[in-house]
Write a protein that binds this ligand. Sequence first.
Ligand code: OOB
Length: 547
Amino acid sequence: MIRGCVAWPDDIAEHYRREGWWTGETLADLLRQPARTTPDRVALVAGGQRWTYAELDAWCDRVAAGFSALGLEPGDRVVVQLPNVAELVATAIALFRLRVLPVFALAAHRRAEVVELSRDSGARVLVVPDVHQGYDYRNLAREVRAAVASVERVVVVGDAAEFVPFAALEAAPPAIELVAPDPAEVAFFLLSGGTTGVPKLIPRTHDDYAFQLRATAEAMRFGEDGAYLAVLPVAHNAALGCPGVLGALRAGGKAVLAASASPDEAFPLAEREGATLTTLMPPLVAVWLEFAELLDARVPGLVVEVGGARLAPEQAARVAPALGATLTHWFGMAEGFLSFTRLDDPEPVAVATQGRPLCPGDEVRVVDGSGADVPPGATGELLVRGPTTLRGYFAAPEHNARAFTPDGFLRTGDLVRIDENGNLVVEGRLKDVVNRGGEKVSAEEVEEHAVAHPRVRAAALVAMPDPLMGEKTCLFLDLDGDDVGLDEMRTFLAGRELAEFKLPDRVERVDRLPITAVGKVDKADLRARLVAGEGEAPPEREAAGVP
Ligand code: OOB
């Protein structure tokens, strides 16, 4: 276990092994078996190109040799910030084989986030595209290099400028000696949706993630005839490993990377490739439903996993009739715990609940403010412990002391109840995060940036209801001097190179932020003001567009 990671206690790890959840399989071996038994089957489809298992397996070995030639050693970290391109898959698997740990950043992240997570992880290499959706990641890479001493090299997919071209990695002499990882060691890091100023790093081990890939694929009946369509970012747990792209490859099926989640591209791609499984977040469900109903288009045979944010039951109920697809409803987190409705659950369960935990070894508690279990059926905070749920964030002992109970349960900050059939129902949230259609915005992070504005004395970010996104963000500002309008604040924060989805959708000036009896900002009061329509924003102050 690398320094800064918290292992499961030995007796519990032993229990998970005895029960057959942790099998000793590693992610380094993800492609090896299908590459031997079905070498000519298509493994990966991306950007109009196709790779068979034999081709993908050999490519990953070449890329591993290339990364090794950069001087990377087992235990080193590499920040991988790529959109849904084949090189993301090759990089991930190559690094697993080298026992180098990828840190998966979203393409939407900007300098603020990438600097922090490069620094926090002590990354030695950063992997980026050249230009994606009009943004030049080489500029970002230059700033990260200047700000973070540990980052020695940058690898660029495409036109590399002064950096290492990804293509040069493939040209390195192959046949390096690979040492198999210990299945208990950390394979990679995911980013937490977070409650604190900076996203926390979540270590995932070979044991725990290999189990997640296997068990989610089995539950979704995904085998070698399956085709997983990735429309969400593959760098996010939902499309990476539930079972996602890695689970599809592990099962010997096909992974299809979509360049866009837009139904006019995704529907024909799904049909052409015979997609059997995909993952959506609620705002996309709305877009897909509208498209299907308007054009009488269908995606028959597709199982659609929906999670990441609250899916309205009315919308959930339309999935089967409008799309001709099967809905499964998910509650998940990068931290590991997963709960979802099974394919044979009755429709009302799939529509209105988030189902049952992935594993019989998942221990779930629902507690009140004092930490005591609530009566059956009552709502409280979800605490979880189990074979996929982390025991500590990376190098964050103080945060861990608050985020976990002394006996190792993760305090999720989510409010849930367990219904009479044992299904989980998400009721709300304690943590100070706005869930913008599945994209998590940490209030503290945005507030910290906002108060850097010279006229902002104090700032508070809260969720406001939104018909498409579920929630959008409203930033309340206590100002010293002239107004700071929405455009000015968005421009200011964008100038600090924060991911665009974190820029506020609305700003409201207040004379003073309301304070609770214990002296905290009273966000319940602020949220209530928004719902009551107090200080209703004139339309021109609403940010245009939906991502
Ligand atoms: C998924 O993972 P993260 O890490 O981006 O976000 C986790 C948080 C949860 O703690 C919860 O607050 C929220 O997202 N969430 C939901 C939800 N599913 C997740 N809130 C309400 N209803 C739901 N169904 O979002 C994620 C990871 C794997 C699979 C699916 C989603």
